[in-house]
Design a protein around this ligand. Structure first.
Ligand code: SF4
Length: 188
């Protein structure tokens, strides 16, 4: 598998924010979002055994499979190995690809982009807010809906989007505000 990096930190975003977690970042993505803030192309080739050995170096039992887009490479056997080792397995995905046959994840965070979502089960919908029309997200079924202001790299625009996100959540209380707390805390 092409792995961009494996590192240990606090989950910064969404429902599990603050949870110590081992991040497995898969290299490569099938989309090219203009606001993408992740350098995910570089990679080291790793076997499933290599990945399990590497994540075992850390004390947390929460894994975040992320990317890039993890479903481009994810296997049921990797997830089964992680479950066998006692890990809780969360995946962050753009949702454009189905899971491999028989793959069971503990928590699926889907952040839809401009491409159709093909996932059949979403625990957490996480929408990056740039002020877009929110009605296309109404039809998604998910336990939690998180609205996360886009980090544009410009302080004034970020402040405007934060204010707009708060206002949207207050007007639509089925949406929760998600912040990129790892950036606020200056951690990975
Ligand atoms: S789907 Fe995510 S990782 Fe892929 S290009 Fe878009 S923001 Fe980047």
């Amino acid at each position: 598998m092409r792995i961009n990096e494996i590192f240990y930190s606090l989950q910064g975003e969404g429902c599990h924010a603050g949870t110590p977690a081992v991040f497995v970042r898969f290299a490569g993505c099938n989309l090219k979002c203009s606001f993408c803030d992740t350098a995910h192309e570089a990679f080291t080739e790793m076997s499933e055994e290599d990945i399990v050995r590497e994540v075992s170096r850390y004390p947390a039992r929460h894994i975040v499979l992320t990317g890039g887009e993890p479903t481009l490479q994810l296997t049921t056997s990797l997830v089964d190995r992680l479950h066998a080792g006692g890990w809780y397995v969360q995946m962050e995905t753009n949702g454009t690809r189905p899971l491999p046959e028989g793959c069971r994840l503990d928590w699926v965070t889907c952040s839809p982009k401009d491409s159709p979502v093909r996932l059949t089960h979403i625990d957490e919908l996480k929408v990056v807010y740039t002020g877009q029309d929110m009605t296309p997200y109404d039809h998604y079924e998910a336990s939690v809906r998180n609205l996360q202001p886009c980090d544009t790299g410009h302080a004034d625009e970020n402040a405007r989007l934060l204010k707009a996100s708060i206002a949207y959540c207050l007007d639509h209380p089925d949406w929760h505000l998600s912040l990129q707390t790892h950036k606020l805390l200056n951690i990975r």
